[in-house]
Ligand binder design. Structure first.
Ligand SMILES: Cc1cc2nc3c(=O)[nH]c(=O)nc-3n(C[C@H](O)[C@H](O)[C@H](O)COP(=O)(O)OP(=O)(O)OC[C@H]3O[C@@H](n4cnc5c(N)ncnc54)[C@H](O)[C@@H]3O)c2cc1C
Length: 421
């Protein structure tokens, strides 16, 4: 089906690169058009946990598990759950890090940079065409003309939009728009964290922090190079990031916003905003409609965030993107489909169903994480998952009324971590 077909993958994120690798293994002719000027130009965000049945399954199929095991960060999955005053309620650092690859509960973490490097290194030379910011595609008989911002063009027989949340390819597949969730996240990335944010760095201890308070969240995620990524999220109006007048390049303005908006939070958190080198990105959170569906096109489709953008509060985005890549590569190279449209239709059917489920869980998390009961819900979630792993419960729902029991059972009496006031 793919013989003599030129495949253009638009976007070299985890989804697009995984797809390129999987298709090349099957002998397909693939180009990845990426808007970045090169691999170094953009700071890659915090660590990602890959799931056995999705992200890791795709890497396994791509023959990249050894490379993953050489680059993942054992222990980076360890979480501390704290409140806005930095009281620790749950501390996974007390547990020994055990690598149990194959276990569906094991979710090893890898930094985005090394994940991207592994995927890039696995591709044939000249697969990636950097500096290819696509602005449009034009149908030309049975193929596509790709138009780039720098004035260049390319042609392809099949186009796959893997260009993330604000996909330029999506409008050629569907006119379904994302829905506003009511939450904006301000993302930051801190270099030399030991020096620039020492208290949070110490609390992080190479893992992750989930902090809840006053219907707001701060999530911090370590990186192997001594830096870390974080996000502060709260309820806002849809266009707050524009209407607020904040210059997100000016750390002092972002700090002033945090002090005012996260007014009940301990001043220790201010160190996240104190460094003038920190780059902030406001990210209003949208989610594609959970029931979205469209009729399959003959030679264009979407994977990853381009297909099903959702908030990151369930850690599903990258895993879904890589599983899409796996499923689409299987469909496009399967002899059972009569043509690419049938293969795309089969892939999209599965993708719609996966997203409906994952998106529901994500919206559920987005809601409760920004509710007054966020901390108790988080502890209930961890307690439920822990008791399941210990074989104590099957599908039993652990209600928040069990939280005191869970805390006691796992020795988690809340303790003050550090206070500077
Ligand atoms: C702050 C934050 C934290 C997150 N944390 C997690 C987490 O812990 N776990 C998790 O699973 N997910 C997380 N996510 C979501 C996750 O990052 C995405 O779901 C995932 O990266 C989607 O992969 P993708 O390949 O579809 O798109 P992307 O990773 O967005 O990649 C798209 C690529 O396309 C390129 N591109 C974009 N537009 C164009 C264009 N016009 N022309 C050419 N190239 C283009 C981009 O430069 C990029 O390289 C988080 C997201 C954010 C913002």
């Amino acid at each position: 089906m793919l013989q003599n077909k030129r495949i253009a993958i638009v976007g070299g994120g985890p989804g697009g690169l995984t797809l390129a690798r999987l298709l090349q293994i099957k002998g397909a002719a693939v180009r990845v058009y990426e808007r970045d000027l090169n691999n170094e130009v953009r700071v890659q965000g915090g660590a990602l946990d890959l799931h056995t049945e999705s992200g890791l399954a795709a890497l396994q199929k791509a023959g990249l598990m050894d490379a993953f095991k050489a680059n993942y960060r054992p222990g980076a999955e360890k979480i501390r759950v704290v409140d806005s005053q930095l009281k620790v309620y749950l501390d996974e650092h007390k547990k020994e890090a055990v690598a149990t690859f194959g276990d569906k509960h094991y979710r090893p973490e890898i930094d985005r940079g090394p994940l991207r490097d592994i995927l890039l290194a696995s591709l044939q030379p000249a697969t990636i065409v950097w500096d290819s910011h696509i602005v449009s595609v034009e149908p030309v008989r049975d193929s596509w003309n790709l138009v780039f911002q720098n004035g260049s063009t390319a042609t392809a027989d099949i186009v796959i939009g893997a260009d993330g949340a604000n996909s330029k390819i999506r409008p050629f597949v569907t006119d379904i728009k994302p829905l506003w969730t009511g939450i904006t996240m301000v993302e930051g990335s801190i270099k030399h964290a030991e020096r620039t944010a020492p208290i949070v760095h110490q609390l992080l201890e190479g893992g992750k922090i989930f902090a809840f308070g006053n219907e707001q969240t701060v999530i911090v995620s370590s990186k192997g190079d001594g830096s870390f990524g974080f996000s502060a999220a709260c309820k806002t109006s849809e266009c707050w990031y524009k209407e607020s007048g904040i210059d997100f390049k000016d750390h002092q303005q972002v700090l002033d916003w945090f002090k005012k908006e996260f007014t009940t939070w301990n001043s220790t958190w201010w160190e996240l905003f104190a460094n003038e080198e920190t780059v902030f990105i406001p990210r209003p959170q949208y989610c594609m409609p959970l029931d979205q569906q469209w009729a399959a096109k003959p030679n264009i489709t979407l994977i990853g965030d381009a297909a099903h953008w959702m908030p990151p509060f369930a850690g599903e985005g990258v895993n879904m993107a890589m599983l899409d890549a796996l499923q689409l590569s299987e469909c496009l190279t399967s002899p059972i489909f009569v043509n690419t449209q049938a293969a795309i239709a089969n892939y999209e059917k599965g993708m719609f169903a996966r997203f409906a489920k994952a998106g529901q869980g994500t919206l559920f998390n987005t809601e409760w994480m920004h509710s007054p009961q966020a901390l108790d819900n988080m502890l209930a979630m961890f307690g439920r998952s822990m008791l399941k792993q210990m074989g104590f419960i099957g599908k039993m729902w652990v209600s928040v009324t069990l939280i005191p029991f869970i805390r006691k059972a796992v020795g988690l009496s809340p303790k003050q971590y550090v206070l500077t006031e």
